[in-house]
Ligand binder design. Sequence first.
Ligand code: COA
Length: 186
Amino acid sequence: MPDGTVRVMKRAAKGGFTFRKPATDDGTAIHELIARCRPLDENSIYCNLLQCSHFADTCVVAEEGGEIRGFVSGYIVPDARERLFIWQVAVAPEARGNSLGRRMILEILNRPEQGDITELHTSITPDNKPSQGVFSSVADFLDADVEQKVLFHEDDHFDGQQKTEILWEIGPFDMEEADRPLEDVA
Ligand SMILES: CC(C)(COP(=O)(O)OP(=O)(O)OC[C@H]1O[C@@H](n2cnc3c(N)ncnc32)[C@H](O)[C@@H]1OP(=O)(O)O)[C@@H](O)C(=O)NCCC(=O)NCCS
């Protein structure tokens, strides 16, 4: 990726939001943000701290005025190093509608150290229209195909206690070809 492109993607964007990797100081703020973002699962603060440390390279926070307004957690799939799995996307209710969900995901993909990623996977429950909107928007931006299949079934895997999670497979894509100035992303 050309250096200039990375520089453009990293600067402060629409709405005064800035993006950065999370740090362990962010653990409790991220935990509180997720608690405000139903229907997301609230994991332990310990889990959030692991995301902020071991998985910081594939997670992002969005800040405005020093406050965390958004968080995306993800990881590289251990047996498929070209694949980023997005675990959770959380945008504070007061910050929604600023393309933050989409822009945070693209911020991870634009990091120089993530240049080998060509596939994006996530799972979404069939009733989560906002999440479907975010990932459809990301796929559009990447000009990538989307395939869907059952990942975890509500009866087979959740014993009827949670809804079926549908795996969204987005890709393949090439970030250098997909790349556009941040003004187009926002
Ligand atoms: C889902 C969520 C992250 C969206 O955040 P956001 O920053 O407002 O989303 P964006 O502005 O990036 O929207 C991206 C696309 O999704 C669409 N979208 C966003 N919210 C939507 C909604 N409630 N219904 C339908 N589409 C929606 C937008 O229209 C946009 O589409 P476009 O690019 O074609 O215009 C936020 O609503 C949230 O935190 N919800 C609770 C937690 C959750 O469900 N997370 C997702 C599961 S991991």
